[in-house]
Design a protein around this ligand. Structure first.
Ligand code: PLP
Length: 463
């Protein structure tokens, strides 16, 4: 061991090494030095533990260098980047939820690359509140009296409750106390916002009378939460949002608000386009809901944001809350959201990727699948075929909503599907696929034709 320790290289030994130095333009010498230091220490520990013996200085040097180069390469390539989503899950929580419409992305990057009129009116040359642009659009689209936007829907719920119900009771059905992912729970958000959770009903059934019985002088709100990521089937019953408005109007308690967390926030009537009808934000406004919250990056198809629309008196209280300043959105988000909302003023919203993916017909997807399949045919060692597959809306949008789709199934002669999946995932533009029966599945509902050439290239380079 003592022998081996003598051979451990020093930092300076690497400073002239061409293989290490070739990363100079991408990685600062400080970061490179840190990586080398860690690998030098790792070698020291390995030798001390008797796990590695090195015969000479050169092999110790090579040992450290190989590991350092590997780490540097990983660091340089494992960055935030675009991926190809071949899972068929349209709103994929791990893959950035809603992709932005390319038109919106281009426009947003143009605006943020320079100065902009975020808080300035070019009409009268005075300061202007940054929220007016999107607030006007949200009023136009939904018919609500007022609107405000914060970081995400969780923040929206928090701001609404903290502004309207602090130290008071919020009544919510036991069947709607959902966990939304990453151990984020509605009940805990209500508590964090300074409100008292008043659970009513049971997991599978809640009746109007459950709410009515629980209303007292300390009740501030009736909260309806969309059960985004699960479905209750069988012996069930829930109180609808219009029924909550009715309960409110019958209650003696004066300042009761009906709050609806819609989760996804559908702005377009899908039934017009051959998809089943979904409750829209406009429906909630028409039902007389006081405060409605939803995400910007689920079915709306915009950037991450929490949108609150509703009655002006309530929204005004939220805007005056000191917490609003902490939760407000940044300019990049506001610009992307403003652009996305503009698309809803015309049929252009149909080109928003999530909307387009949901409304794309089965036959169109089948054609796409055969097109890719044809392109992959003849690549050595792989066997492909087209078959029906179930795509999903996903992302806590519409629970259990399965969409008919088609996929290209790929098997390799001497690689397992698991190996193939890793290979696809480790490309410059990673291709994220799923596995079934030792085949790779590329669901065509979430893949664009524009990516077919690249996918073909990746399979061609497979060795
Ligand atoms: C997704 C979701 C949330 C959380 O929204 P974020 O934008 O992720 O903060 C809250 N409530 C419901 C019902 C949801 O579906």
């Amino acid at each position: 061991m003592e022998n081996s320790l003598r051979f451990i290289p020093k930092m300076d030994d690497f400073l002239e090494d061409v293989e290490i130095m070739r990363f100079k333009a991408q990685l600062s010498s400080k970061v490179t030095a840190n990586i080398l230091r860690v690998e030098i220490e790792n070698l020291r520990a390995l030798i001390k533990n008797g796990e590695v013996a090195v015969a000479d200085k050169a092999s110790a040097f090579e040992h450290v260098k190989a590991r350092a180069v590997n780490r540097i390469e990983n660091k340089i390539s494992d960055r935030l980047k675009r991926v190809i989503n071949a899972t068929g899950i349209i709103i994929h929580t791990n893959l950035g939820r809603a992709p932005l419409y390319d038109k919106t992305a281009v426009k947003t990057s143009e605006i943020v690359a320079g100065y902009n009129n975020l808080e300035y009116s070019v009409v009268d040359g005075k300061r202007r509140n940054r929220m007016v642009y999107v607030e006007d659009l949200l009023k136009d689209i939904t018919g609500a009296e007022a609107a405000v936007v914060v970081n995400n829907n969780a923040a929206a719920i928090y701001l609404a409750l903290n502004s309207l119900c602090k130290d008071k009771e919020v009544i919510v059905s036991r069947g709607e106390l959902v966990e939304i992912g990453d151990s984020f729970r509605i009940s805990e958000i209500i508590e964090e916002s300074g409100c008292i959770v008043r659970e009513v009903g049971t997991t599978n059934k809640t009746k109007s009378s459950d709410y009515e019985k629980s209303i007292n002088s300390n009740t501030a709100a009736l909260l309806k939460v969309h059960r985004s990521n699960f479905k209750i089937i069988g012996f069930t019953g829930e109180v609808t949002p219009p029924e909550l408005v009715e309960i409110k109007s019958q209650a003696c308690s004066g300042s009761l608000a009906v709050i609806e967390d819609m989760g996804s926030g559908v702005l377009a009537d899908f039934s017009k386009y051959g998809f089943k009808s979904e409750r829209t934000v406009q429906d909630a406004v028409n039902d007389g809901i006081d405060v409605i919250t939803f995400s910007g990056d689920k079915l709306l198809g915009g950037p991450q944001a929490g949108i609150i629309v509703g009655k002006k008196e309530y929204i005004d209280r939220m805007k005056k809350n000191q917490m609003y300043r902490c939760l407000r959105v940044d300019k990049i988000c506001l610009i992307a959201l403003e652009n996305t909302l503009w698309q809803y003023l015309s049929d252009d919203f149909l080109n928003i990727p999530v909307i387009n993916a949901i409304l794309e017909s089965k036959i169109q997807i089948e054609i796409k699948a055969h097109m890719l399949n044809k392109m992959l045919e003849g690549i050595s060692d792989i066997k492909t075929h087209v078959a029906p597959h179930n795509a999903m809306i996903g992302g806590g949008a519409l629970p259990g909503e399965v969409l008919d789709s088609y996929a290209v199934f790929v098997a390799h002669q001497n690689k397992s599907a698991a190996e193939l999946e890793i290979y696809l995932r480790n490309q410059e533009i990673p291709i994220i696929s799923t596995i079934q029966n030792d085949e790779i599945i590329l669901d065509m509902r979430t893949v664009n034709e524009g990516d077919f050439d690249y996918i073909k290239k990746v399979f061609t380079q497979l060795y």
